[in-house]
Design a protein around this ligand. Sequence first.
Ligand code: BGC
Length: 686
Amino acid sequence: MTDAERFSLVMGLMPMGFDGARDPRVPSDARPSAGYVPGVPRLGIPALRETDGSLGITNPSGFRAGDTATALPAGLALGATFNPKLARETGVILGREARAKGFNVLLGGGMNLARDPRNGRNFEYLSEDPLLSAVLASEQVIGTQAQGVISTIKHFSLNANETNRHRLDAIIDPTAHRESDLLAFQMALERSEPGAVMSAYNKVNGVHASGNDLLLNGVLKGDWGYRGWVMSDWGAVHGWRDALHGLDQESGSQLDERIWFDQPLKEAYAQGQFPKSRLSDMVRRILRSIYAVGLDQPPPQPAIDTAQHHAAALEVARQGIVLLKNEGMLPIAAGKQRIAVIGGQAHLGVLAGGGSSMVTPPGGFAATVPLGGEGNMAAVRNMSFLPSSPLAELRKLLPDASFSYNPGASPAEAAALARRSDLAIVFGVRHESEEFDSPDMSLPFGQDALIEAVAAANPNTLVVLETGNPIAMPWHSKVKAIVEAWFPGQAGGQAIAEILTGKVNPSGRLPMTFPANAAQTPRPELPGFGTPYGAPVTAHYREGAEVGYRWYAKTGAKPLYAFGHGLSYTKFAYRDFTVSGGEAPTASFTVQNVGGRSGADVPQVYLTEAAGEKRARLLGFEHVELRPGEARRITMTIDPRLLSRFDAKAGRWRLSKGTYRLAVGKNAGDLAITADLKLAPRLLGR
Ligand code: BGC
C-alpha cells in the first residue's frame, strides 16, 4: 500500500448533505447513511459503508427516500427477554437488512451499562449487569457478522449519561471500572470478536475516551489483546495525537473541529511525530476485520423476508414486556364490557426512542410530535410513534368489549370516561433520546395527575408504560396492574394487547432496577443538570462496580422493583440447588411450573457473599419454557471473574480463598434458596 492509500482508510466521512451540499469527497455511489470510508480498488479493498444501528437499519434525516427497515424493540426490551436466542436472531436480521441495503458495517452493539435511570440512551442499551449485557450483545454481534457485515460494540466506555456528553468527565475508580463496564466489554469481545469497537464521547477520569491511552492501548489492546480496530464516535476526536493513544479511525470527521486524521496527521507523519509503524498498525487492524468477516467476498444479496423480521420484532416485544404488578386484574377476560383506553397516542401506535438509533418503520411513522423547539438539535426531541396501535390490537382480541379512547390531555375528562367504564387502561409515555437526559424520574406532561384522576374514578385501572427507563410511580398503590412495555418496536401494539388479554403469558424480567426514588440511587441529582449546552460536566460514578442491584444489596435500600423482577400468569418453583467448585464452578437447580398455564420463567443465580464479604453478582440466568407441571434441571457454568476482584497491582483477577454463598431466585431481591461453595485462592487472567 502507498501511504496515501493507508491514510485514506483511517478517516471516515458522513455521506450526507451538510447544509444542503454533499461532501465532494464522498463518491456518488455512497448511499446517505452514518458513515463512509473509501476502499482501495487497486487492491480490492472494499469501501466501508456504515449504518446505524442497534435497533434496526436507520435512514438518517430520511435522506434515502422511502427506505424503511424493521424497527426492533428497545435494547432494554431485548435485555428483559434474558433470551440469548432472540439476541442472535435480531443480530441476523440487522446483518441481513444492512447488507440488502448495501451496507457492510453495522454501528450496533450498544452495551453501556445502565447506571442512571435518567440517561437518555439507556433504551438503546441492554441492562445494568455486565454478564447479561455481554451475553446479549455478543449474540447480536455473532448474528450480524455471520451475514458478512462487521459489527461494532459501543461506546467504549462509560457513556452513561448524555448531558453535555462531549464534555462530560466520567469519574470512576479504575478497578471498579474493570469489574463493571469494562468486564461487560471484555466478555462480549471474547465471545464474539466484533470487527470494531466504537469509542465514547465522554472523558474517563479526565481523558477523552477516544484518545485514552490507558483504556485503548492499555486495557483493550494490551491486556485483552483485541485485534480489531477502534473507530471514534461521530465528532469525538480531539486531536491527531488520539492516533498515538490507540484510536485507529476517525469517524464522521466533518463533525470534528478539524479533520484530524487528514492533514494534521499527515503533517505529524512528515515531521516524524507519528511513526509509520503506528499507521501500519491502524490499517492492519481495519484490514484484518475486513477479511476476518469476509467483506471482500460478500455472500449474494439476501432476499429480505419482511414478514419473518416483523415476527421476530413481535417475539422480542412479547418476551420483553414486563408485568410489574397484578392485583388480579390481568389478563383481561373476554366478554361484554366497557373499556376506556386513555393517553399515550395508543390509538395511533407505540413510542420509539430518538436519536441515531431511530428506525423509519415500514409505512413510515404513525405520528411525530415536534417537542424540540428551535435549533439544530430540535429534531432529536421529536417524539415519534411506530404504527402499531395497542387500541386497534385490543379491539381485535376482545371483539365483544366496547372501547372508548380519550387522549388524556385533560385528567377530568379522562376520569369521566373511566367512571362510566368497567375498566381503564392508561398509557404512560416518556420520550427519551440521545443528546439529553431526563431531569428526573417522572412521567412528563402531567401524566401522573392523569393516572391519579383515572384511578380515583375507577378502581379497575391499569397502567401500560412505554418508557426507556424506570420511572417514578407516585400512583403505584392506587392502580391494580402495571406493565412496562419499553419502546416495543413495530409490532409493539400487538404484543401489548396479547399480554393484557393473556394470549401471551408475560415472561419479561427487569434488566434495570426500578428505584423507589432518585434519592436512593447513587446520584440523587442528575450530573450537570441545567448547565448550558457544551459546558463541562463531571459525573462521579461513585457506585463504582456496584451498579444497579449491586448498589441496593450494598446499601440495603429497597427499590420499587428489583432487577430481574417480572410476574407471570403461572407460578414457578425452584428446588435442589447444588453448587460445585473447581476451575469452572457450576450451579444446578430444578425449576418447575407449578401453576396452571404454560409459560416461560427466567431463574437467576447470584453471588450474595464472597469470602466473608457481602457482594451481589448475577452469575447466570436461563429463559425456560415450561408446560403446567413440567420440571427441568438446569446447570450453569460460572465465569470465575464474577466471583473475583480485579487486583490492580497484579493486573489480574484474583479469586480469594473462602466460602462463597450462591442463591437461586426469581430476582435480585428474592433469593431464598442458597448454597455454599468453598474455593481455593487463584490468580486468573487479565
Ligand atoms: C452516536 C453513535 C452513532 C453515531 C453515528 C453518534 O451520535 O453516539 O452511537 O453510531 O452517531 O450515527
